[in-house]
Design a protein around this ligand. Structure first.
Ligand SMILES: Nc1ncnc2c1ncn2[C@@H]1O[C@H](COP(=O)(O)OP(=O)(O)OP(=O)(O)O)[C@@H](O)[C@H]1O
Length: 557
């Protein structure tokens, strides 16, 4: 992929909002032109009135230029206000578009692959990388287009005064372009490094804040502080480098502008002495140069950060286009009439050559209930993930009835399967909002039924606003056991045919676990269930218990 492609890709995405972009660019241009008009006409007018006062100009019309100056002054203010409003609104809309676009792409990818990304990294892509793209329109595309057009207008105006003055302006434009090009090159390396350092920096800060209690207890705070300090110093160094570059860019931009002004001053004097331009025209030209310098001023800074923007765009695109391993087949098989599950010589793991499940076979007849117990790390959760088709086996087969699972339409399969994960999330929402993730149309009666199965109804009734109680970030107001029961209620609400439960009683005391077992037993009637638990003591009555702690537990099925 060439370095240009990601930016081209996002520019194309931006163009869907072309009315906003066009309006923003036109308003930027209108501001620059109003500035040019104001400065040039004021210069001309002040000089003309001075000369008229000396009696060197006779019959000077002060009303039309005076009106013009007022017009430009007011229109500059209005267009500047409008420009800020429209370009920022456009940028917010663009960023929202990109966030939705990225989230939609991520949602199609494998949860297992995504799970391997560090939380900070993913968060960074959804926030900082996307925000870095605002530079593209608000500072690069819009102002460059507007400065280019304003430059042409200035050339036209100066050409009307005298072609030689236009040539000096052309030299200033070329110097501005050279400066911008140099800033792009010099800023690229630091910009890219900024874009790579930022997620790591964020991650150590987030980890430090999340693990504050443990770090304090074990005295690890000093180590984390040093880690944050090291990242912070690297970040400051990059910022300092960028600030130097910005300062140099501003200084050179100012210097080129002053040199051009000096050249216009000397050239204008000579032209005036030759009688080729009038005094007011000379001053008009000088002010036009000042306006042109102002139009070019923001470009080196914007292009200096283009490396960072490009790097962010590359990362976003790479993430968005990461191929999903688990996809729905192009021509899926029909859903079978029965849901007997058969695993035949399944081999699967997370690292090549190190299978977690090796030649694993199992039969789970429709409507039967299977419990899997055994020590940690043998692959119980992995088995549930394969049954839910969050990933496909390396080899072997998983059959639903007689149909291979991977040939079934993925969404339809997920519609039939309900899975309680070990780390099931609680969203920053109300109780009802968290439940309706599984069934958006469910009425309150259904929500209460699901809560009752999970054993959480009494607790929710005692909450200040019942179902509408806000649960805080990641369910901060719930205990671990309550959070799991909320997630279990979500599975119940989904009303699946195949129920996969990973440690549903985790965090519950013995009596609560036994009560849960009774309710689950009733709810599971008519459904196929696989229940994973370290502790076989609390389990509801099941047809079979698979004990993976026994040497023959995994293979003799
Ligand atoms: N996403 C992953 N990436 C890499 N390795 C993984 C991943 N998930 C699990 N593993 C590894 O696969 C093995 C089986 O994990 P799994 O979670 O299936 O075991 P488990 O029997 O359910 O354990 P527990 O009872 O502790 O949940 C473990 O060694 C684990 O470290």
């Amino acid at each position: 992929m060439s370095a240009q492609q990601p930016l081209t890709h996002f520019t194309r995405l931006f163009l869907r909002r072309w009315p906003w972009l066009l309006a923003g660019t036109l308003l930027t241009l209108a501001t620059l032109l109003a500035n040019l008009g104001l400065l040039a006409l004021s210069g001309w007018f002040i000089t003309a009135t001075a000369l008229a006062g000396l009696g060197l100009i006779v019959g000077l019309d002060i009303y039309v230029p005076g009106g013009g100056i007022r017009f430009f002054a007011v229109s500059r203010t209005v267009s500047r206000y409008g420009e800020r409003l429209v370009t920022h609104e456009a940028t917010f809309r663009l960023l929202a578009d990109i966030r939705c676009w990225l989230f939609a792409r991520l949602a199609r990818q494998d949860p297992l692959t995504l799970g391997r990304l560090r939380g900070g990294d993913l968060l960074n892509r959804l926030t900082a990388d996307i925000e870095a793209l605002d530079n593209l329109y608000i500072r690069v595309l819009g102002p460059t287009a507007a400065a280019g057009l304003a430059g042409l207008a200035t050339l036209g105006l100066l050409g009307w005064v005298d072609g030689r003055l236009a040539l000096v302006a052309l030299a200033l434009l070329l110097a501005g372009a050279l400066l911008t090009w140099t800033a792009t090159r010099r800023g690229r390396r630091s910009g890219e490094r900024m874009s790579h350092l930022q997620p790591r920096f964020r991650a150590v800060i987030i980890e430090g804040v999340r693990g504050l209690a443990e770090l304090r207890v074990y005295g690890g705070g000093e180590r984390q502080r040093r880690l944050i300090g090291r990242h912070g110093r690297a970040w400051s160094q990059l910022q300092r480098r960028m600030a130097h570059l910005t300062g140099l860019g501003n200084a050179l931009n100012g210097l080129f502008g002053q040199l051009a002004l000096l050249a216009a001053l000397v050239l204008g004097l000579w032209l005036h002495q030759q009688g080729l331009i009038t005094g007011p025209q000379w001053v008009l030209a000088l002010f036009a140069f000042m306006a042109l310098t102002e139009a070019l001023a923001p470009l080196p800074l914007a292009f200096q950060f283009l490396g960072r923007t490009r790097s962010a765009a590359e990362r976003l695109l790479a993430q968005a286009e990461h191929p999903a391993r688990v996809v729905s087949p192009a021509t899926p098989a029909a859903m079978p009439g029965r849901f007997d599950l058969t695993l035949k010589a399944v081999r699967y793991g997370y690292h090549a050559g190190r299978p977690v499940l090796a030649d694993f076979s199992l039969r789970i007849p429709q409507g039967s209930h299977l419990a899997i117990t055994g020590p940690s790390g043998l692959g119980k959760t992995t088995l549930l993930k394969l049954l839910a088709r969050l990933d496909d086996p390396w080899s072997g087969q998983i059959l639903v009835g007689d149909t291979p699972l991977h040939t079934l339409p993925l969404e339809a399969w997920h519609g039939r399967v309900g899975m309680l994960e070990q780390h099931a999330p609680v969203f920053s929402d109300t109780v009802a909002g968290n439940l309706r993730v599984a069934a958006p149309q469910a009425d309150e009666a259904r929500l209460w039924q699901a809560l009752a199965v999970a054993g959480l109804d009494t607790r929710v009734r005692a909450m200040p606003e019942g179902l509408e109680t806000w649960l805080g970030e990641s369910g901060a107001t719930l205990s671990g056991g309550e959070a799991r029961r909320l997630a279990l209620a979500r599975v119940v609400l989904h009303d699946p045919d195949i129920v996969l439960l990973d440690e549903p009683a985790a965090g519950l005391d013995g009596a609560s676990a036994r009560a849960l077992a009774g309710r689950l037993h009733e709810w599971l009637q008519g459904r196929t269930a696989v229940i994973v638990s370290h502790d076989p003591g609390w389990l509801p009555p099941v047809d079979r218990v698979l004990d993976w702690s026994r040497p023959d537990g995994v293979t003799n099925l």
